[in-house]
Ligand binder design. Sequence first.
Ligand SMILES: Cc1ncc(COP(=O)(O)O)c(C=O)c1O
Length: 426
Amino acid sequence: MGVYDQGVMFASEMDGVDPLKGIRQEFYLNDEVIYMDGNSLGLFPKAAEASLLRVLEDYKRMGIDCWTKTNPQLFLYQDHLGALMASLVGASPEEVTIMSNTTLNLHSMIATFYKPSAERFKILVDDLTFPTSRYAIESQLRLKGLAPEEALKEVKSLDGRTLDEDRLIEAMTEDVAIAVFPSVLYRSGQLLDVARLTQTAHERGIIIGFDCCHGVGAVPHEFSKWDVDFAVWCTYKYLNGGPGSNAALYLNKRHFGLHPGLAGWQGYVKDKQFDLLNTFEPVRNAGGWQSGTQNIFSMAPLEGSLELFNRVGVENIREKSLKLTDYLMALIDDKLTGYGFSVGNPREPHRRGGHVALEHSDAVRINQALKDNGVMPDFRAPNVIRLAPIALYTSFTEVFRVVETLVRIMDEKLYENYSSMRGTVA
Ligand SMILES: Cc1ncc(COP(=O)(O)O)c(C=O)c1O
């Protein structure tokens, strides 16, 4: 008997013994929809709403005094939130700050570290990383007068899904100045061996940074232990900061003495920032890379959300996340392979992140049918339905229901009612 045939009672038993089951009530959920898209835009915690409203109230009452007379002080809010974030990524508080968006934070890092010489001038990437990294890096190369065709080195995936770390390492040649990879791939959910890549890059004199948008909040990261040079990640996916909440930056303390590549007055030594001197004196920590005035309302939800993460613990989140995705994959194996579905993510726990990449040649239409049948998935071209059961708010029963819905969609051919054109925000 397969796990699917054990039925919904089995899922409900798993929910019964789930140590995180109570956390679900701390989120805004829609009872009509099983939300499997938290890897794209996470649901809102009530604590995030509370911190946002508190900051708004402070501003309404105090006007400009809100910068200095609140607790925590808004003038230092990015540092405060960076410190709350640090435990999720294994960093010291002063190595993390919250600012702008992932793309701009990557720009800032490349602008800081990229000092091409005649011998070492290439930036190493792969062809599966979310393309904003590529756009940012290519534009940074152009700013230095270099053509991407000569200075960008790309490792191509052999299967279009995953990256082979041996091949990434093979490409770390003497002409490479910086390597930028994801910690978790956005489409297949593959988790890379960040420690090994970092160690090898350093042995070869290469600076290495990671886009961790699909990792942080689902998978524990250990930036200090792994000794990565820098990392950037967004906060609206697994960290539930709301649409467009500000991104995060990790900068290894070994680099605190560097001059920020995209400097601005918010990075100034704090007690002298308002002296407004023409000579720039950056804070000697990640905060030195802050640029202009903080987007307070785009980061305030993070205060509540990160406090929730710290209370639950990212190790506990990972433990449940792996159980949820294990269960989902077992149900897929049992019930969906006969309809042409397959699992596109690596299976081993140490090689996968927080979502399951469900592949099907008719994925666009099936994805739309799911949406109209009470499940919120997300589609990535050409054939992947990403399903992300979130440890903080998804139940095992919901995972069962998702597969049950897929079985119905296939049995009743409901997907045939849809066009194979994907929507604008897929
Ligand atoms: C892996 C990855 N990196 C970067 C981004 C974009 O980040 P931002 O819009 O914060 O620049 C995304 C967005 O989905 C992503 O999935």
